[in-house]
Each structure stands twice: as C-alpha cells, then as structure tokens.
Write a protein that binds this ligand. Structure first.
Ligand SMILES: [Zn+2]
Length: 401
C-alpha cells in the first residue's frame, strides 16, 4: 500500500525534473499488467461467464403496470421526497479523530458508513454528493446533506466498495482518496474503474466471493449478493457485486450491499457464523397490490430485509439504503415504517440513528423514531410507539438545511 504512495510522490518530483515521460510508460505497463491479471481472474471465477457476472435476479409479476409505476414515480417525485432537507447530526470529528477499539458506527447517509473497531477505520460505499452522473444530478439530489466532508473525515485505513452503481461508488470520492495512504477493497472487476480514476493498482485489492483479507485483526470477507452492475448502459454486469463480512474479537458485522432476497444469506451464516450487527438495505413493501416489487431490480422490500436478517442470525439490524435518495416509487420514509412493523411482529432489535449520529450498536438503546417527527412524514399506525432516543441528542447539534 505504501509503495503506491511513495511512487506517486516520486512521479511528481520526476515530472518537475522533466523525466516523467519515461516513468509514465512504466505506469502504463503496470496498468496493462493489472488488467491482464484481472481478466485471468475473471475468466477463472465461477461468478462470471463470458466476461459477465451470471445474473440471477428474481422476477415478481407487477400488480400494476410497470409503465404506470414509472409514470407515478416521475410525476410524484416531489411528493415522494421530504418537504425540506432532512435533519442530521454533524459528525463529531473530535471524537472520530481518536480511534475506537470497540465497534462504533457513523452513518453518512444511504449506504455510506464510517465503521470503526479494533482501532481500524473502514469507510464503506462512500458517497458524499449525489448518486448519478453529472447530467442527472438534480434527479438524484440528496434528501439529507452529508454530515461530514470527505476532507474532514479522519483518513480511513481501508475503503470497501460493494458494487459499481453510482449510489455506492462515487468517482469524485475515489479521486480524492487516490493519492492518500488508503487501500481499496472492491469486488472483482471494479478495480478497473479505480485505476481509471487514478488509484495505483498496488493499492487495490479485488475480491471474488468468499475471498478474505485481514486489516487490523479484522477478517474482511467478500460474500455473495444478488444484484447487478454497470454505470453506462454499455457495461452491464461486467463487474462483480458483493456483500461484506467483517469479523474480529470486537464484533462480527455484515453489510448487505445491494441485494434481492435469496438463499445466500443462509449460506453466509452457515459458512461464517452469526453476526452481532447487520447493515441491511431496505425498501417499502408492496401493499394491497400497490407498489414497486423492488426485488426485480435486485433489492429488498422490508419483509425481505427482515427475512434476510433472520437468515443471518444477526442480533441487531441497522437499516441503510433509505431516506437519502429517491430511487423507487415509495415515499422517502415508507421503508422504515414498514420495517418497524416487521420488527414489531418478529421482535427483532433495530437501531435507527440519524445521519451523522455516532452509534455504538452493541449498547442497548431505544429506537429513535426521528423520521416520524419530520413535517410531512407518512401516516402511520397509531399503535406504533414513539419514544425518545437514548442517544444524547441534547449534546449534539441537529442541522436542518
Ligand atoms: Zn445497486
């Protein structure tokens, strides 16, 4: 990892002396070698067939016409979003600057997480801006600001990526960290994007499913998911997608990435054991024949999320992939209301920190129903209790802008 950094600084000195041309040649050769190695691995991977990942997304018949749902999504977009930008807690940089031995999590919105344990800093699927190419920026604007800038965040030891979709892999973020002493763990094939954006191949580790590496005593394993990939419309399924398992003495954590419900959750538990904490993606349930069956595009309705969580044998559910961007046809807070209903029925333990709020998931705490206090929040069942959070809201500043 450090070799890449040393090389980068050498290049700038040599460039100043006017001899970079020769070394650029060497770098190109390194990139070619890296790509060659990547293609060999893709060819040998059981996940790929003829250069593409084997797809296995489910298909649920639409109860309303797909065209109708898309039109609703288009016309109703402003009503699906919150009326104003959602509140968040400004990340406590002073606290984060001191490394954490025990499991500590700061949700940065959507599926972006700053997770610490064993004194390691792990940045997962970091997206600080919007979840689309520049041209579609306004369409995929954020409902809540990032609680911290990438510049202010303590430097992570490793950046972990689940797949190459825009809401999980942000070019500007990768470019920012490219010349920093950080290593990148990505699913097989995704390293090509990173190299195109200036990350030295030596800083990238590409994983096929079930492959592991150890960082600060944490065994990090790429585990299966049921999704898809691509950024341009011309590169569909050319790179692998995955979920991730992080296992150490301080905690056993699972991150779902994006995935439809499938038997892989049971397979992961069978192979890696139970988890203390599971970051799980969640979308709204199809109710009374109305709504978008998100499994058809590789995601989970709340009922699927709960089933997957139970399959994993995890102790605490930390829902992600909700509230930050409008991706489907449901209202921004519908996934969480549905998930809470599922949790009330099954007795599952859920933690629901605000964006930016520091969370120690192993500590007991009441659910904070912060999203229900937002003006314009969805109608909900009267039976659902609203309790004050035991997080120290009074010690933090809640921003709304
Ligand atoms: Zn995705």
């Amino acid at each position: 990892m450090n070799t890449g950094v040393v090389k980068a600084s050498m290049f700038s000195v040599l460039g100043f002396l006017g001899v970079a041309k020769y070394f650029r040649q060497v770098e190109k050769a390194e990139l070619n070698a890296s790509e060659k190695q990547r293609q060999v691995r893709i060819k040998a991977s059981p996940q790929f067939q003829r250069g593409k990942v084997i797809g296995r997304m489910p298909y649920t018949p639409y109860q309303e016409s797909k065209l109708y749902l898309n039109i609703i999504s288009f016309l109703n977009r402003s009503r699906l979003k919150p009326q104003a930008s959602l509140p968040y807690v400004k990340a406590d940089i002073k606290a984060l600057n001191k490394r954490s031995q025990s499991l500590r999590v700061t949700w940065l919105g959507h599926s972006s997480l700053f997770m610490e344990m064993n004194d390691a800093r792990i940045l997962i699927d970091p997206v600080f801006e919007f979840a689309a190419p520049l041209i579609a920026r306004s369409w995929f604007s954020r409902n809540v600001n990032s609680p911290v800038t990438k510049e202010a965040l303590p430097l992570p030891d490793v950046i972990v990526i689940s797949h190459d979709h825009y809401d999980h892999l942000e070019k500007s973020t990768i470019k920012y960290f490219a010349d920093k002493p950080v290593c990148f763990f990505v699913p097989l094939g995704v390293g090509k994007h990173l190299e195109n954006w200036g990350v030295h191949p030596e800083k990238i580790q590409e994983f096929d499913w079930w492959e592991s590496a150890v960082v600060h005593g944490i065994e990090i394993t790429a585990t299966p998911a049921n999704h898809n990939s691509g950024r341009t419309g011309f590169d569909n399924d050319k790179t692998l997608w995955c979920s991730w398992a992080f296992r150490s003495e301080q905690g056993r954590v699972f991150f779902s990435g994006d995935s439809a419900y499938d038997d892989h959750f049971q397979a992961i538990r069978k192979r890696l054991g139970r988890f203390d904490l599971a970051f799980m993606e969640v979308a709204a349930n199809v109710k009374n024949g109305s709504g978008y069956p998100v499994e058809n595009c590789g995601h989970m309705q709340a009922r699927h999320t709960m089933q997957a969580f139970q399959d994993l044998g995890a102790e605490t559910l930390f829902p992600v992939h909700w509230s930050t961007f409008e991706l489907f046809t449901h209202q921004w807070d519908e996934p969480m209301n549905d998930l809470i209903e599922e949790a009330e029925a099954s007795g599952a333990r859920v933690v629901t920190p605000m964006v930016g709020e520091v969370c120690y998931p192993k500590r007991r705490q009441e659910i904070s129903f912060w999203w229900r206090k937002i003006e314009g929040a969805s109608e909900r069942k009267a039976s659902a209790p609203v309790t004050e959070s035991t997080y120290s809201h009074q010690e933090t500043f809640i921003y709304s802008d």
